[in-house]
Design a protein around this ligand. Structure first.
Ligand code: CFM
Length: 545
């Protein structure tokens, strides 16, 4: 049944909505933004080309974060036993301290630095005279206090501007300390157009300095790495629970609740399962080139998607017992999920959602909304690249601009002694013939309905305009959008931090999500909210001389 709000939405043609969004802009800005706002054609073999991963136009209030956020916050932040030391003014650390809700479990060794905030606390005199000595002293101090296995150093904007050589400081300290791996990331906030550049910088250094450091063979019959899962709201814990139940061994997670040793041992796994394609596909490619580990795209957001991903992993190993066990687990877990979906569908069916999140969730969460009978009428990424929208087949056609050229591409070759293809060419071919696809990601567009709006790097103005025109039943984005959307009378769900909820991954996560969204879209409270000037339009003020 269509709701009153969605029938209202239907009165707008997508082209009209696009024109309305652009109307306010000066011509030059409108021309640029027009290329980032696509009406999804849902053509069979062809997806329209979107402009993505380009600079935000100055003056526009973007939803994006910075390169440092992508490197320190996203990739390295969720690790638990690496001391993540920020070289920069204290604000860069304070506002990156425990804000991303990536959970950790200290485990038997008890090492967990998640709750600490490490910074060199640069002052004006360090900016003028250089901060290298202070950085070396901070590394020494952290080492003396904690004796960690590893210390990672992150550059903030001023460090790049004054030219501190953080890599030499790191190399010298590594030598001096002897039993602590120290390395640095040139991830100054301005380095790229968004946090996406920070992912790439982080991936390169983790691969260069940690992966392959521990050759010890870990126990387990079916060994995988889970790439691009950051344990927000405990998602990773739920996925770990399912893997364990199936008998799948997760050698390393990049990087939710991960340890230094997990990264160091990643090359001993036999399959890479890639969850967030945007943030980590570089590591998947490098692990394949250097060590011969194939990768597949998975998604554990959505119960159906979870089941599908588990089957895909089992099929890769081709072991009858594993395949049977995965089916048993799915059969055990699904009844509770289906009961929850049936219960909420009476209220959620036909409702509409909008999602503007990072570089993969705007796609992944569509699965959960589908399971509730809800329609995603508009979606987009903050910093996705064209392949995240249109699929990996467009990668060769992506124009490399000056901003992307700024980010180092590291040369990786097959390891002379440790390269070992996990499947023979014939085995790969047989799997592919049976419909299996490696290194494959279709992107968001093919999954979106015809006529829906796909918008890259949505900004504050456009978000409000979209909500005003299309009146979705729920809007999903982040903290910067939350309150302005709620003030428009629309429920808002944070899909970065999950507000205070989660997990939403796996089977239990799906049940949590159904209940949460049902609660939000069934509540009328936001519609009753009126600002004082909306309630009493006669209110006026005059200036008193
Ligand atoms: Fe990947 Fe992420 Fe995302 Fe991302 Fe992020 Fe995140 Fe995200 Mo916020 S790694 S691209 S840089 S799934 S922090 S856990 S929620 S924007 S959609």
């Amino acid at each position: 049944m269509a709701t009153a709000t969605s029938s209202k939405a239907a009165s707008w043609e997508p082209a009209e909505v696009k024109a309305e969004l652009l109307k306010q802009y000066p011509p030059k800005v409108a021309r640029k933004r027009a290329k980032q706002i696509m009406i999804n054609e849902a053509l069979e073999n062809e997806t329209p080309e979107i402009t993505a991963n380009v600079r935000t136009i100055p003056g526009i209030i973007t939803m994006r974060g910075c390169t440092y956020a992508g490197c320190k916050g996203v990739i390295m932040g969720p690790t638990r036993d690496i001391v993540n030391l920020v070289h920069g003014p204290i604000g860069c650390s304070f506002y990156a301290w425990l804000t991303r809700r990536n959970q950790t479990d200290a485990g038997p060794d008890g090492e967990n630095y998640m709750t600490y905030c490490f910074s060199t606390d640069m002052q004006e005199q360090d900016i003028i005279f250089g901060g290298e000595k202070k950085l070396a002293a901070a590394i020494q101090e952290a080492y003396d206090l904690f004796h960690p296995k590893s210390i990672a150093i992150f550059a903030t904007c001023p460090v790049g501007l004054i030219g501190d050589d953080i890599h030499t400081v790191a190399a010298n300290m590594k030598k001096k300390l002897g039993d602590c791996n120290v390395y640095a990331f040139s991830c100054e906030g301005y380095k790229g157009v968004s946090q996406s550049a920070g992912h790439h910088i982080a991936n390169n250094q983790v691969f260069r300095h940690i992966v392959g450091e521990n050759d010890e063979v870990k126990p387990g019959k079916f060994k995988i790495n889970l790439l691009g899962e950051y344990n927000i709201g405990g998602d990773g814990f739920e996925i770990d629970r399912i893997f364990e139940k199936c008998g799948i061994t997760c050698i390393s997670t990049f990087s939710g609740n991960s340890t230094y040793d997990q990264f160091a041992s990643a090359h001993t796994a036999d399959l890479n399962a890639v969850m967030c394609h945007r943030s980590i596909n570089y590591v998947a490619d490098m692990l394949e080139t250097k060590f011969g580990i194939p990768w597949i795209k998975v998604n554990f957001i959505g119960a159906g998607a979870t089941a599908k991903s588990l089957r895909k992993i089992a099929e890769y190993f081709g072991d009858k017992e594993l395949i049977a066990r995965v089916e048993e687990v799915i059969a055990e877990e699904m009844p509770a999920v289906e009961a929850a979906a049936a219960e909420v569908r009476a209220r959620t069916e036909g409702k509409t959602a909008m999602m503007f999140v990072g570089g993969s969730r705007a796609h992944h969460y569509k699965e959960l909304f589908n399971e509730m009978g809800m329609k995603t009428i508009s979606a987009g990424y903050e910093f996705g690249h064209r392949d995240d929208y249109e699929g990996r087949r467009v990668i060769p056609d992506i124009k490399v601009d000056a901003d992307s050229r700024n980010i180092e591409e590291i040369e990786v070759e097959a390891d002379p002694t440790r390269y070992q293809p996990r499947k023979s060419a014939e085995e790969i071919e047989a799997l592919e013939k049976a419909g299996y696809s490696f290194k494959h990601y279709e992107g968001l567009m093919p999954d979106m309905d015809k006529g829906t709006l796909i918008i890259d790097d949505l900004n504050q103005y456009e978000a409000e305009k979209l909500v005003e025109l299309l009146k979705p039943d729920i809007f999903c984005a982040g903290i910067k959008e939350k309150f302005s959307i709620q003030k428009l009378g629309i429920p808002m769900k944070q899909l970065h931090s999950y507000d205070s909820g989660g997990p939403y991954a796996g089977f239990k996560g799906a049940v949590n999500f159904y209940h949460e969204i049902d609660r939000l879209v069934s509540s009328k409270v936001w519609g009753y909210l009126k600002a004082p000037w909306q309630r009493n339009p006669q209110l006026s003020a005059s200036y008193n001389y």
